[in-house]
Design a protein around this ligand. Structure first.
Ligand SMILES: [Zn+2]
Length: 512
């Protein structure tokens, strides 16, 4: 790996500490993980960043109600969350906690730097504050002293206090220009348009401190103020990328940021303006997720849905859950989660199409070739047809994955699965065996195993655990996760390799 090659940086949202991620968070992590795994296959140096946003009044209150200190509370939540990441097979490189020393140092450095440049100044805040969302709200957005966020609507407190401000207004124009010049900066288009419309209304400077002792990072050289939790959390991407260190220029900017719907303005406006103020490049692409709907309710950090992600992984396995989310959720659009549809995908596509394809193919190699991959003979029309299907599939797969359309990528993989299932029916290796046509039989079985190898590699970013099982069934003993896209080519299956039967890949699930 070349040491001065830019890292491909993928980020998930930085989560408020809960021990079990809600469905929307789980999807964002699986989606970002799939992207990271694919980029690793493309021989890029990848850094997948996730983390937890642990400061603020809310954490302080939660801890107090449990008779814990804030950090004790956060430690416990973070441990649970990391366990959920593991269950979902999320291969993060960095888990950034906003309570860690290195991050606190970055926040202080950035604060001082922007204060010196005049981008942060001391002023007077007059307006409203919602302690549930930890958000400042201007007079114009408040009705009946209630928080304007539809999923919150809690009563807000009137604030009139001194505070430090970030000069957001100074970046309104350059940011609009940047958004207009870079159509991929904010995706999807609907969110891009929303941000443009919002920016065009004009930007007020943002109050970035709270007065008094709040669980958080004190303003450097003015500790009666605590840095506002959102400002602190947004800087976690910089600290995860090593701001202030030599490595920073190789890591920054993030190539692909996956964020939640309710965080679009903080990222697309505030973080982008901070980057401008610091004179560092802006993130390349910010993908705003849609809402996840479960049991008729919108899932968010404040209103968790009924579905428990960890229980679901235990019931369906990480692969089926990942497959369903990546196969069905349209990136950037709303999605209604359904365990009935998840079960359907598992039983039909995973158990029937892919799982049976594996077990019957391996059974044939065991029965007709003593369990060893045969040496192929001359290719015929059937093999040429398979090669033609594969060429199209590979093209589509790469094209879709480069723009992170996981639905289309999986659809193309299943074109190959279907093509291979049809090839088996058309060529009927059992008849070739019965007729003593061993040359054809060897060619058929070799081709089947060779394409199963390719399918395994293509499935790796989506279903890493199942892909390892598939890899072992095919008799490979080496590590799968280091494999690159150049392996996604035919005729690379080593003849003589011994296959293994083992247990079914995807046991079916019956809905109770
Ligand atoms: Zn609120």
């Amino acid at each position: 790996m070349s040491s001065n090659k830019k890292t491909y940086m993928v980020t998930t949202p930085i989560y408020y500490p809960t021990d079990i991620p809600h469905l929307g968070a789980a999807y964002a992590m699986v989606y970002a993980d799939c992207c990271a795994r694919y980029r690793r296959m493309r021989e890029e140096h990848v850094c997948l960043i996730t983390g937890s946003d642990e400061h603020g009044q809310k954490v302080q209150n939660e801890a107090k109600s449990r008779r814990k200190t804030p950090i004790e509370y956060a430690d416990r939540m973070v441990a649970g969350f990391q366990n959920a990441c593991k269950k979902l097979q999320v291969s993060y490189d960095t888990f950034l906690r906003t309570t860690q020393e290195s991050h606190i140092k970055v926040v202080e450095t950035v604060f001082e730097k922007l204060k010196a440049s005049g981008d942060i100044y001391l002023g007077e805040y007059e307006g409203w504050y919602c302690s549930t969302c930890e958000s400042f709200w201007p007079n114009t957005m408040i009705e009946n002293r209630r928080c304007p966020r539809p999923e919150c609507k809690q009563s807000v407190e009137s604030l009139h206090e001194g505070g430090y401000f970030f000069k957001l207004s100074a970046y309104q124009k350059p940011l609009l220009e940047h958004i207009e010049k870079n159509p991929d900066f904010i995706q999807p288009k609907t969110d891009r348009n929303e941000i443009i419309a919002f920016l065009k209304q004009g930007q007020q400077d943002l109050c970035i401190t709270r007065k008094g002792p709040v669980w958080g990072i004190p303003a450097p050289s003015d500790p009666e103020f605590t840095i506002y939790v959102w400002f602190d959390a947004l800087l976690s991407y910089l600290s995860a990328a090593g701001y202030g260190e030599d490595s920073f220029s190789l890591n920054w900017p993030p190539d692909f940021m996956v964020i939640g719907k309710d965080m679009q303005k903080f990222h697309a406006i505030v973080l982008a303006s901070i980057c401008m103020a610091l004179d560092i490049p802006l993130p390349k692409t910010i993908l705003v997720q849609g809402w996840m709907i479960s049991g008729g309710k919108r899932v968010s950090r404040s209103a968790a849905g009924s579905a428990n992600v960890v229980e679901m992984v235990d019931e369906f396995g990480p692969d089926a859950l990942r497959y369903y989310l990546l196969r069905d959720v349209p990136p950037g659009a709303n999605f209604e989660f359904s365990t009935i549809k998840l079960t359907g995908r598992l039983n039909r596509e995973l158990a029937n199409d892919l799982g049976n394809l594996f077990s019957r193919s391996i059974a044939m190699v065991i029965k007709y070739c003593d369990g060893k991959i045969p040496e192929p003979g001359k290719k015929g029309a059937g093999e040429r047809n398979l090669a033609r299907i594969f060429k199209e599939v590979k093209n589509e797969y790469k094209k879709s994955m480069d723009r992170m359309d996981t639905r289309e990528a999986l659809e193309s993989v299943w074109d190959l699965v279907d093509g291979l299932n049809k090839y088996i029916v058309d060529n009927a290796p059992w008849e070739q065996y019965r007729n003593g046509n061993f040359d054809r039989l060897n060619t058929s079985l070799y081709s089947i195993m060779d394409y199963l190898r390719i399918i395994t590699l293509m499935c790796m970013p989506f279903m890493p655990r199942a892909a390892i099982k598939m890899w072992r069934k095919l008799g490979f003993k080496d590590a799968l996760w280091v494999k690159k896209l150049d392996g996604v080519n035919p005729d690379l299956m080593p003849p003589g390799q011994e296959v293994k039967m083992q247990s079914p890949l995807f046991p079916k699930v019956e809905l109770s």
